[in-house]
Every structure is written in C-alpha cells, then in structure tokens.
Design a protein around this ligand. Structure first.
Ligand SMILES: Cc1cc2nc3c(=O)[nH]c(=O)nc-3n(C[C@H](O)[C@H](O)[C@H](O)COP(=O)(O)OP(=O)(O)OC[C@H]3O[C@@H](n4cnc5c(N)ncnc54)[C@H](O)[C@@H]3O)c2cc1C
Length: 287
C-alpha cells in the first residue's frame, strides 16, 4: 500500500504560522512510532493500475509499485484524476480573505467574533501570542491581503474595535462544494479533500478527512474496501449539504433573508438547536 499526499508542492502555503506546525510534528512522531514515514519532497506525476497493483511515477522519474494507492492529495487530486473519478459540485461566488494579524482587538483574546454584515461575513478568532485569524467573505480579495487591507475591512465591519499592527500570514481563496462520484476505482482510493471539499463554515474538512482515514484503515485491515465508500460518502454528502446551508445563511445578501436570519438566530439560542449544532459540527454523531 503506497500512501501518497507527501508534501512536495504547496506545503508552505498550507503551513500556517501557528500551531499547525506543532500539530503536524505530533502526528509525524506518532506515525513514525507506528513504523510509517513521510517522504519529502515527493511529487506524484502519474498513476497507473493493472491487475496486480499500481505504479506511481514521481515527477523525479522514480517509480513506486504498490498493491493499491490512497489519494490523500487534496482538492486537485492527481490520484482522483488518474482514477477517472468525477468531482461533482460547484464554486461559491464570494472570495475569502484569510489573514493572521497582530492587533489590538477590543473584544480581546477570550472570544471568537462572528459578524454578519451587509458587505459579508467576518470571523475574528484569537491565536496564541497576541495574534488573531481574520476570515472574511469579500467580493474581490487581493492575492495577499496586507495589514492596511485588513484594517480597512475591520473598520468597515467592526468600527472602532481593531488596530492592526502587522500580519504574519495572509491569503485569499475560493470555496468549492464538491463530492467525488466514487471513493474507489479498482486499486485507487480517495481520502480527505481529494474526496470532498466544502465551505469552511463550521470547520469540518480536516475532521471529516481524518475520520475517512480511520474508516479506510479499518476497511483495508478487514479486506472490505467497498465498505469504505458505503460508510463515508454519505457522511461527506451530509457535511457538504450542511455547510452549504450554513454558508448560504451566513452570506445572505437579500435584505429580507438577512432580517429573518438576524431575528431567528438569537431566538434559536434558547432552544436545543445549539447543542444539536455542536454535535453535528464536532461530528460526534458519526462515531
Ligand atoms: C480557511 C479554512 C479554514 C479551515 N478550518 C478548518 C477547521 O477549523 N477544522 C477542520 O476540520 N477543517 C478546516 N478546514 C479544512 C481543512 O483545512 C482541509 O479539509 C484539510 O486540510 C484537508 O486535508 P487533506 O490532507 O485531505 O488535503 P490537503 O490539506 O490539501 O493536503 C493534500 C496534500 O497533498 C499534497 N499533494 C497534492 N498533490 C500532490 C502530488 N501530486 N504529489 C505529492 N503530494 C501532493 C499537497 O502538497 C498537500 O500537502 C479549513 C479550510 C480552510 C480553507
């Protein structure tokens, strides 16, 4: 079994300047303790399967042979493409800004702020060392949002609350909602964002991929590879549908829809909905 997804390409882009590096090193230590290894840099160029196994050709020319291959290679999965598996869905119109900034932020580091505004959704979440992560929907985001851009954005959406002093990392991205038509074609299998992508609303993408990995490990161990798709694809469809609804509610432009949302949300806070929402977002209902 060759596990791909070894970070040859946009690793630096994905590596946020915070606890992600620490998390990655904890996971790597555990993988090594179990006898596994991650090879870097290693970029998969092409995959071919035959009756006996798969041949993975790296961009360096090196070839690997394995019984099967798991594409854990993200949204633009080479393995999914090689397997000829469609990725059905579409892309949201809004672009998102993501910036880790240092700032004086009036609400302080003890809470996450979520603001629904006429111009878009804004989330400010505290990070270690006096930094904050700002995520916002905007009509047209710059490639690298600088501190001045973030200051203007927050001045407009949370007036009087921010004083941005610097930025440690920033980016823009578009959000897709798609699910792979199948999770397996012969000896090629998909896991994580290679199999499903959706809005970050609710922060479920990584957790869904980790649960995929666990289910796939079990399916391989007991020799029931088809059980993997049957178990996990319905979960991805549900997560995608759920985050799609949340995104539509959060980014509503229509004045009547926004007014209804703004009235309903505080009322729902006094019902059982927040508890159900927390269980859904934590994915504890899929155990
Ligand atoms: C703003 C934002 C906030 C988010 N917040 C959360 C959150 O709070 N909680 C949560 O659970 N999820 C969250 N997510 C989603 C989460 O980041 C993704 O679901 C998760 O990173 C997917 O992991 P993955 O390993 O499947 O794919 P990726 O993270 O895309 O990793 C794929 C890897 O494969 C490598 N690769 C690609 N092609 C090749 C190739 N040909 N050869 C070798 N290697 C290759 C890439 O370099 C990359 O390292 C968020 C996403 C965004 C955009």
């Amino acid at each position: 079994m060759a596990k791909k997804g070894t970070n040859a390409m946009p690793c630096a882009e994905h590596r946020f300047a915070d606890g992600h590096v620490e998390t990655e090193s904890v996971l790597l230590d555990r993988l090594r303790a179990l006898g596994g290894e991650v090879r870097r840099p290693y970029e998969l160029g092409s995959v071919e399967q035959d009756e006996e196994g798969v041949t993975l050709t790296m961009t360096s020319g090196e070839k690997l042979r394995a019984a099967c291959a798991v594409g854990a290679d993200g949204m633009h999965s080479t393995v999914r493409e090689a397997a000829g598996i469609g990725f059905t869905g579409s892309t949201y119109a809004e672009s998102f800004v993501l910036a880790d900034v240092t700032m004086d932020w009036a609400p302080g580091p003890e809470e996450v702020s979520l603001t629904f505004g006429t111009r878009g959704l804004t989330v400010v979440a505290p990070l270690p060392d006096g930094r904050y992560r700002v995520v916002a929907t905007v009509d047209d985001a710059p490639a690298t949002p600088d501190p001045a851009f973030v200051q203007r954005l927050l001045d407009e959406r949370a007036p009087g609350q921010p004083e941005v002093t610097g930025s440690t990392w920033s980016s823009r991205f578009r959000v897709h909602h798609r699910v792979a038509d199948r999770y397996r074609n012969g000896r090629l299998l998909l896991d994580g964002d290679a199999a499903h992508v959706h809005s970050p609303a609710g922060g479920q993408g990584m957790n869904t991929g980790i649960q995929d990995g666990y289910a796939l490990g079990h399916a391989i161990a007991v020799g029931r590879l088809d059980a993997y798709e049957a178990q996990r694809r319905p979960v991805a469809r549900r997560v995608v549908a759920f985050t799609h609804r949340m995104t539509r509610v959060a980014t509503a432009r229509n004045a009547a829809a926004r007014a209804a949302r703004n009235i309903a949300l505080p009322l729902l806070g006094h019902t059982a909905v927040p508890q159900r929402l927390a269980t859904e977002l934590a994915e504890l209902n899929y155990r």
